[in-house]
Design a protein around this ligand. Structure first.
Ligand code: NAD
Ligand code: MG
Length: 394
């Protein structure tokens, strides 16, 4: 570790984004060091990461897991302090030793620790899009008030960030921006007939054609809810109305998203579908570092194609537009209902099409008026989970 080495906290280090982040960090040992790692239940993976990266802190979900990991860490002669629970996640997200926080916990569970990083004025590298879907207004307010740097890791938003003018200050009109264009792979069922969608399995849904990701976001990609969550994420990150955010299906996942300017120019960011590119950019911005990513070979690629998303077969995208237009807590309800429904689908207890039905039912039945605090939003989240769980027991 050199004097100028930057301390990094990784929330969700055992997941897909977490492991890709460690891969990039390991390529630059002179530039970064790991301050804290967090996982939930994959203790073997977390222990291996502790041995390799020697963090000051490791955080797990429960007390029993903490006890097991603590014993192994001691046994291995490591100085890592093992903690558990949400307060510990918030603590390691705001440590003075930490310069930047990778927010890569999946779902609304990632909100409070990501908020803690934002409030502490860290560089927040945001993979956890659900934070903005649940609490966009409060999250962006915390970023503004603390002076935190918010760097999008989601590949689409990272692409848009890269396609905006250098030194962009948030004023889209002044920058001549007309629209944002989110690209979508279309997922594994892009060409499947509506009748067949009723019978798809979790294994089929998780077999994404271009990206290797965690199971929840893989299902979200298959239903197009992922693009809906990204629409809401883009709205908050870039302060753009939904009407100025287009979604276009681009099955090759080479163009990661685009910005349309008023002179007719379209600026796009291209690259191999590998999350290490946006992760590296979030880590090193405004500089660029090696990410270990394969280079694009245009001659091998051949054609890049585009088509419209099918809202009839994939109603989740339409529900996300609807929730964003409703405002208030609608996007919090959308997210919580989706999380419960996706977990049920992955457990074999709900059909693929049932996911959209549950989200639609929650949006129709629940109070969507705006909460003014994170506690209020978490209460709405819990109420939504109870509602959908009760419906699925019928
Ligand atoms: P994953 O399931 O592979 O990993 C999730 C991580 O969160 C794990 O480290 C797990 O231990 C931790 N975790 C899960 N539940 C937790 C809880 N209740 N409390 C604390 N920690 C918990 O997920 P992923 O694919 O790495 O995705 C992480 C986030 O990044 C998601 O919000 C996803 O939408 C976003 N994202 C992922 C990708 C991708 O390519 N994987 C791309 C863009 C955005
Ligand atoms: Mg994405």
């Amino acid at each position: 570790m050199t004097h100028s080495s930057l301390g990094i906290t990784l929330l969700g280090s055992t997941g897909s984004i977490g492991c890709s982040t460690l891969d990039v960090l390991a390529r630059h040992p002179e530039r970064f060091h790991v301050v804290a790692l967090t996982g939930f239940s994959q203790l073997d993976v977390l222990f291996g990461q502790c041995c390799r990266f020697k963090p000051l802190f490791a955080v797990v979900g429960g007390a029993a897991s903490a006890q097991i990991l603590r014993a192994r860490v001691l046994d291995a002669g490591l100085a890592t302090e093992v903690l558990h629970g949400e307060a510990a996640l918030e603590m390691v997200a705001s440590l003075p030793e930490t310069h930047a926080v990778m927010a890569a916990i999946v779902g609304a569970a990632g909100l409070r620790p990501a908020m803690a990083a934002a409030r502490a004025g860290k560089r927040v590298m945001l993979a956890n899009k659900e934070s903005l879907v649940v609490a966009g207004a409060l999250f962006m307010q915390a970023v503004r008030e603390s002076g935190a740097a918010l760097l999008p890791v989601d590949s689409e938003h990272n692409a848009i960030f890269q396609s905006l003018p250098a030194g962009f200050d948030g004023d889209m009109a002044a920058a001549g921006v007309e629209k944002l264009v989110l690209t979508a792979s279309g997922g594994p069922f892009r060409q499947m007939a509506a009748a067949d969608l009723a019978h798809v399995t979790p294994a089929q849904a998780c077999a994404h054609p271009n990206w290797s990701m965690g199971r929840k976001i893989s299902v979200d990609s298959a239903t197009l809810m992922n693009k809906g969550l990204e629409l809401i994420e883009a709205h908050w990150l870039f302060n753009m109305p939904a009407a100025d955010i287009e979604v276009v299906v681009h099955p090759q996942s080479v163009i990661h998203s685009m910005v349309r300017y008023r002179d007719g120019s379209v600026i796009a960011q291209l690259g191999a579908p590998d999350m290490r590119t946006p992760i590296a950019y979030a880590l090193s911005w405004p500089e660029r570092i090696n990410a270990g990513v394969e280079r694009l070979d245009f001659l091998k690629l051949g054609a890049l194609t585009f088509e419209a998303p099918c809202l009839a077969r994939f109603p989740c995208l339409g529900l996300a537009y609807q929730a964003l237009a409703s405002g208030g807590d609608a996007t919090c309800v959308l997210n919580a209902a989706n999380e419960v429904a996706v977990a049920a689908f992955l457990a074999g207890k709900l059909s693929f099409n049932g996911i959209a039905h549950e989200v639609e039912a929650a949006l129709a039945a629940l109070d969507l008026s705006a909460s003014t605090s994170i506690d209020g939003l978490m209460a709405r989240d819990a109420e939504t989970r109870r509602f959908v769980e009760a419906r699925m027991r019928l």
